[in-house]
Design a binder for this molecule. Sequence first.
Ligand code: GLY
Ligand code: MN
Ligand code: MN
Length: 514
Amino acid sequence: MTTENKNSASEQPLDDRAATRSVPPESDAFSQFMASNWAAPSHELPARAKVADFAAARRAKISSLFPGERLVLPAGPLKVRSNDCDYRFRPHSAFAHQTGMGLDHEPDAVLVFEPVEEGQGDHGSNHEVTLYFRPLAGRDSKMFYMDARYGEFWVGPRPTLASLSAEYGLRTADLSELEVAITKNAGNQALGGLRIRLVRDVDLNVDALVDTSRINTAVDLEESDKLDSELAVALSEARLIKDELEVENLRRSVDLTVEGFEEVIRALPAAVAHRRGERVVETAFFSKARTEGNELGYDTIAACGNNATILHWIRNNGTVDEGKLLLLDAGVEDDTLYTADVTRTFPVNGKFSEVQARAYNIVLAAADAAFEVAVPGRKFREVHEAAMKVLAKGLEDWGLLPVSAEVALSAEGGQHRRWMPHGTSHHLGLDVHDCAQAKKELYIDAVIEPGMVFTIEPGLYFKEEDLAIPAELRGIGIRIEDDVLITESGNENLSAALPRTVEGLEAWMAELSA
Ligand code: GLY
Ligand code: MN
Ligand code: MN
């Protein structure tokens, strides 16, 4: 077949279309030349990361819950953004928690807990844990320069089996050994097979591997779904109480977030001058997130005026106008993948109007009330209840509620929620909405414990089209969101470096604008 024929639309198969663009030569001379004359790679191993011991303790806890069972935790694959361009890689959070690996480590990797005699595993646990991944390919391999997803020429140096093992204190093995590692001796327990539990829907290839093994070994698929879910729940619940290193990571993310908010205040004149001022706000924050951290923990909400009443306004293409309030909800995810989640609402011109200040102070009082009960021994749900009580009362005093605050707060009421339909708190960590698979009794119905980190984020959202409120209130959206660490004696507001009061915000803005 000539080149011309190969490229004709009718004969060139779709999976060969990458060849439509230029590709490296295939001659032996080229391969040999590419494989030669590179400086010898360094064999120096990285130092053991501080997270290694913390991650080992996290794994030991999971191991204790599932003795005698094989656990499979994929990091997930690269995800296509379009055609042959991928998104920047971020591992699944359960994988990141259990390995301690941050940044973009490691596409397609899978952490396997192999059951051994009880107490005879790693650190006296019930499992020996191995990380299967695709190690760095040598410069004498075609992968080095041919593979746009994993080759060093394309994506830069990647870890070797030895380097990753040294850094994270994990047993490592090549990904090519994964299939055997997952499937050997697996099967119906009643028939003497080994039970597998999988974190599903993270890597479809691993799902298929496990499902095929289950089908081939007479394992009940419905029952397996339940077992897999229990593993996901356990991994989520394992993150409810943060260890010392996780708190350190969160502090760093919050501190970077505070700096990002300061950048935004400095950028306000440019935002007011731009036709898409909200984008100026968004990118001022993003600059801090990318230069000092890994990424944003979630898409920034940069919302001015009425846009601030749209809870998840992330289009951010509106103007930033003098006289209006700007709501900024943003968080830096640092290199360890822990994220902050902070909101401040402030006047674009640096001075709250009377009506803006009045609405703001209701939200602030609600937040303060929530802080009061966010202490060990109280229930998580009480945090929201405390905020709602104050909010309803503030709205009643302003004459905005069609019923009394008492009626609004009753099970038959809820009228105040027209202006604050979301929850007041969620756990925070590797995911902005962390621990989302935890059971109700360990989340909303749980007793608050030291080491928990969650947000307190009441708001009021008066939409432009809302005829139930006076015109002067329409187009005002306010949220105050802080990140709170529960301590032995109460709580610590990790985002306290950002002012929260009307006077504090005005003084802060004046100082940064001077
Ligand atoms: N930024 C998302 C949230 O506040 O929950
Ligand atoms: Mn939040
Ligand atoms: Mn938020």
